[in-house]
Design a protein around this ligand. Structure first.
Ligand code: HPA
Length: 275
């Protein structure tokens, strides 16, 4: 088991490298499946492959470039992660949340998390965008288990409003201005990597989920522990298992993410400009 000391050292070394190579940022963005392209919007970007960040896991998922990018966007210092780490890749929750810790160490105060997910709410359609209003996880895991890193945050952080109200309202205002439909709903995390069964999707619906995915919740927990403001935007890439009479596959997920990415980028761009 990692001790708090090991964890601190690991965060410190990774943060040091990121600071040296890419510099600090105020806003951090985790770009999910098929959304990595948005990093090209950064001005005067500096890029660092994850493989050059000490202690960093490798991104093993197709559609995740594995690059830390930092630059300026609408006059703000923004760090973007092209690709994240997932619990289903075999990484620990500490691995999954290491980048958020590094963001905190390098100045990030606001985190925007994005992801691709399956729609559970029957009013949703593939291609819809959804502001995450709240989350729950059925992974049975929590990245804060173990020694509390007091300098990062408290032992028992509040999660009663994990997603910042003002940022959510801002996202809706921006979507309206762009003439875009924007949902708001509850994101449920399962471990993956298999897609859910229809029975699991019915269960998740009863439990109050509007969408399901395999990421995001640990990152949000670490960010809230660190006192960051968090905004989450999901792309509904497919209807969840059993809703339509068709099998699920990763190609559909990346195809829909690809189809939606310009809309997604426009929304993010206006949100960041107004932040
Ligand atoms: N389930 C879980 N994760 C996902 C899905 C899904 O249907 N679509 C994209 N990520």
């Amino acid at each position: 088991m990692d001790t708090g000391m090991d964890e601190r050292k690991r965060i410190e070394e990774a943060a040091q490298k990121v600071l040296e190579t890419c510099g600090a940022a105020d806003i951090g963005i985790i770009l999910g499946s098929g959304l990595g392209e948005y990093a090209q919007a950064l001005e005067e970007a500096r890029r660092l492959p994850y493989s050059e960040i000490p202690g960093f896991p490798r991104s093993t998922v197709e559609g995740h470039a594995g690059m830390w990018c930092c630059g300026t966007l609408h006059g703000k210092r923004v760090a973007m992660m092209q690709g994240r780490f997932h619990y289903y890749e075999g990484y620990s929750m500490k691995d999954v949340t290491l980048p958020v810790r590094v963001m905190q160490k390098t100045g990030v105060k606001t985190l925007i998390v994005t992801n691709a997910c399956g729609g559970i709410n029957l009013g949703y359609r593939p291609g819809d965008l959804m502001v995450i209003g709240d989350v729950f996880s059925l992974t049975g895991q929590n990245p804060l288990i173990g020694e509390n890193l007091e300098e990062f945050g408290p032992r028992f952080p509040d999660m009663s409003c994990a997603f910042d109200r003002e940022l959510r309202a801002l996202a809706h205002a921006c979507a309206k201005e762009l003439g875009m439909t924007l949902r708001e709903g509850v994101y449920a995390q399962m471990t993956g990597p298999c897609y859910e069964t229809p029975a699991e999707i019915r269960m998740l619906r009863v439990l109050g989920a509007d969408a399901v995915g395999m990421s995001t919740v640990p990152e949000v927990i670490a960010a809230r522990h660190g006192g960051m403001r968090v905004l989450g935007i999901s792309c509904i890439t497919n209807m969840a298992a059993g809703i339509l009479d068709q099998p699920l596959n990763h190609a559909e997920v990346t195809q829909t993410a690809n189809r939606v990415k310009d809309r997604f980028k426009n929304l993010l761009d206006v949100v960041i400009a107004r932040m």
